[in-house]
Structures are given as C-alpha cells and as structure tokens.
Ligand binder design. Structure first.
Ligand code: MN
Length: 261
C-alpha cells in the first residue's frame, strides 16, 4: 500500500471522512477533525479582539479570614492551586443580570467573589519582580462551589474536583486591559445577595499578591498566554438558592450580576 492510499483508507476508517493526503512535494493539509470544539473566549473592553482562554487556575485560601473560616491556619500554608475547565466559563456582560443554573448534586451552593488576572505572556520560574509583566488585564469572577461535595471529598481525602470544576462554575466579566485600568493591588471587593452585603474586604488583604501567585504557579507549571488566575475569595462565603441575585464589585471594574435559576 503506498502512503497516499494508506492515509486515505485509515482516515475513512477512523473518522468516516477523507482527510488531507500526502503527496510528495505538496504541503500536507492539516487533518480535518470530525467535529468542532469551541474555543473559549472573553470580550476585551475597548477592542474588537477576543481573549482566548487556555487554562483557568484558582488559588485557595488567599485571605486570612477566609482560610480560618475554612478551618486552616493561613500563617503556615504555602499557596495552593486548582483548576477549572475552560468551558466552565460563563461570560456575564456588564449591566446585565445573567441567568446562572443551580448545578446538580449539591444542596449547599456557595459564591466566592474574586479578582481575576489574565495573562498574555508565559514562562517558567518567573521572579515576583517580573511577574506582572505577564498580565494583560483583569476582570472579576465568581468561583462557584458545591461546598457540600468539596467538604465531603476533602474529609475522605479524595480530590475535591467535583466541588469546584463543573459546568458554569466560573461566571466572569469581560477583560479590562492593564493599559486602561492599571494593576489591582488594593481596592474594595464586595458581594451582595438580594441587595444584602455578604462579603466585604480589600484586595490588599490577599495573603499572596497577584505577582506572587504568578511566580509560585510558574514553579509548578509553565504558564502560557491565555492562562487566567482566580486570585482567591475573602471571608464570609455562603449559600445561594434558586431565585437569589448575586451582585459583585471590585473598585475600578463594572459590577457582575447573576440570578440563580
Ligand atoms: Mn475560590
């Protein structure tokens, strides 16, 4: 069997479709995929371009008072990170209240209001002093959490992915380029449910700054353009039920609002 014939017949078997064939002296076509997978993107304020999301990293227990309410001693803990799948993103446009589906399997669904840094550069072992050079912009997001499942899995020393990494678990605003907003090292962060304040803190209370988070994370994983980092939530996380409206705020960004349905 010559090479061309092999490519054609194997493609027919594996995908049911013809893919590019190898002809000497002719650039080979990229194989077609049998179906498309959506590229997850976020709007960029002040631009027609979209920000492509590669990975969603989240830091745990990054405000001392929240670490204590989760039952740990923040003074002795190095930062730790987990991920959500990129298709957990639910973009919420400014000045709208987006419907957010109450997820399956939980009876204790919690909000966590967080600053999100988005990167357009990458690297390994980034020094803290250089880390902010990787940041393209910022937005605000909710790290929605099935708290009962997170706790139950933790109690059993199992991975708590099912509590954190599920469909729609990452409501998020549009990207605001650093050129428009500067970096966020302080400023109010708050969250209300049905108009009542639940979380209220200052970004300056983070245990690990955005620069330190990038530096630490780059020791564990090579970072790439498109990576985004949820920078942790302040204290007083709590539950929502269907019908509740969450509004969150960070000074310098438009508020983000969702209705639980
Ligand atoms: Mn969180």
């Amino acid at each position: 069997m010559d090479r061309r014939h092999f490519f054609q017949s194997s493609a027919l078997v594996s995908t049911g479709a013809l893919i590019g064939c190898a002809v000497p002296g002719v650039a080979q076509q990229q194989p077609r995929t049998p179906f498309a997978v959506a590229q997850i993107t976020l709007p960029i304020v002040g631009s027609d371009a979209l920000f492509p999301v590669r990975r969603i990293y989240c830091i745990g227990r990054n405000y001392a008072a929240h670490a204590k309410e989760m039952g740990s001693d923040p003074s002795r803990e190095p930062p730790f990170f987990f991920q959500k799948p990129t298709d957990a993103i639910q973009h919420v446009p400014a000045n709208t209240v987006a419907d957010h589906p109450y997820p399956s399997l939980t009876k204790n669904y919690h909000y966590e209001a967080e600053l999100v840094a988005v990167l357009d550069k990458g690297g390994r072992n980034i020094p803290v002093a250089k880390a902010l050079e990787l940041v393209y912009g910022y937005t605000l997001g909710l790290d929605m959490t099935r708290r009962d499942l997170q706790r139950a899995m933790g109690d059993e020393k199992k991975p708590w992915e099912i509590g954190k990494s599920f469909d729609h678990s990452a409501p998020i605003g549009a990207v605001h380029p650093v050129a428009l907003t500067g970096h966020f090292t302080q400023g109010a962060i708050w969250l209300k449910v049905n108009g009542q304040t639940k979380q209220s803190a200052n970004l300056s209370q983070m245990i690990w700054s955005v620069a330190e988070q990038i530096s630490k994370l780059s020791e564990a994983n090579e970072l790439f353009p498109g990576d985004i980092i949820y920078s942790g939530t302040p204290e007083n996380v709590g539950p929502v039920v269907r019908g509740d409206v969450i509004e969150m705020h960070i000074d310098g960004l438009p508020n983000l609002s969702v209705k639980i349905v």
